[in-house]
Design a binder for this molecule. Structure first.
Ligand code: PMP
Length: 315
């Protein structure tokens, strides 16, 4: 759907997946004025399909739109559109326990604009495809490389929103790390290259004893919806959850390290390599990471009771 002159969106249409037309002078192609979201539709054991906290994705897109001077659909419009796309693709949601339907809402400056300026019109579209967890879920622990040559985000930049332009600047270091056999790169803060920030598509946590810690987002880290959920669920399970800066040294001393994200789920980290020094962490079934994984996955897939009203069923 395209925005109207008054900055609202009219109801869109469901169309078969295919190519779209876009103006060559649109601001998304020229200036990266675009945002995306990542969501999943899960199959419950009873065969029904449900979403997890879709309003949070809508709100995050609105915050991103504000940062990039775009208009965004309302929370109701966003959620309704996602529900319609999932309902129309229900048969593509994998069976319970076999993955999920991944949903990609996009918002971008699509009207013609000459000169470096925000677009007069925005397009909101959603596509979906079935996937497994990006990092194979819990079947293999990640081995991450801390590459301190390049941060993922700078203070005052757009690291705190899902701007499309945040991702390609780290393709090079990530590709290099993967070619050396690492699963991904863990990035440090831009100013001191000392504090742990996040991976290019997921948030990072450490566990030491009964304490679970994640970095504050502070405009350079994406406020992950899985991250927020894990912080709440961790407290429910009786852990102490802290949101504060932590250094690489502290991470290397942790008992467990794990990453969170819609696409990656809760992925345990088996090792982190920093300045050629490889440190291993506890993995497997008897871990805090496993408890958190079981708790959130249980809610997302309808196995455990959703006490917070996080789940939205698709009719
Ligand atoms: N950080 C970054 C940079 C991401 O792209 C994502 C994926 N959206 C996340 C963290 C995890 O966020 P969420 O839990 O909302 O998927």
């Amino acid at each position: 759907m395209k925005s109207n002159e008054d900055g609202t969106f009219s109801n869109g249409a469901l169309v078969p997946f295919g190519t779209i037309q876009i103006e060559p002078h649109s601001s998304v192609l020229n200036y990266g004025q675009g945002l995306f979201e990542g969501m999943k539709a899960y199959r419950r054991p009873d065969g029904e399909v449900q979403l997890f906290r879709p309003e949070e994705n809508a709100l995050r897109m609105q915050r991103g739109a504000e940062r990039l001077l775009m208009v965004a659909p309302s929370v109701e419009q966003y959620t309704e559109a996602v529900k319609q796309v999932v309902a129309a693709n229900k048969s593509w949601v994998p069976p319970y326990g076999k993955g999920a339907l991944y949903i990609r809402p996009l918002l971008f400056g699509s009207g013609s604009v000459m000169g470096i300026a925000p677009a007069p019109e925005c397009t909101f579209l959603i596509y979906a495809n079935p996937i497994c967890n990006v990092y194979k879920g819990r079947t293999s622990a990640l081995n991450l490389l801390i590459d301190d040559r390049l941060p993922r985000a700078f203070p005052g930049g757009t690291g705190g929103v899902k701007n499309i332009g945040n991702y390609s600047p780290v393709f090079e270091v990530t590709k290099e790390a993967k070619a050396k056999g690492f699963s991904d790169v863990l990035f440090l803060d831009a100013m001191q290259r000392k504090y742990v920030e996040e991976v290019s598509s997921c948030n990072a946590f450490i566990v030491k004893g009964n304490v679970i810690t994640t970095s504050p987002t502070l405009g350079t880290i994406l406020p992950g919806i899985t991250r927020n959920s894990i912080m709440q669920l961790g407290r429910d399970l009786g852990f102490q959850v802290e949101e504060r800066k932590f250094s690489v040294d502290e991470l290397l001393e942790a008992d467990e390290v794990f990453c969170t994200g819609t696409a990656v789920g809760i992925s345990e980290v088996g090792s982190v390599t920093y300045k050629k020094n490889r440190v291993e962490f506890k993995t497997g079934r008897d871990t805090v990471t496993q408890k958190l994984y079981d708790f959130i996955t249980g809610i997302q897939t309808g196995v455990l009771e959703d006490q917070r009203g996080w789940v939205v069923k698709i009719d």
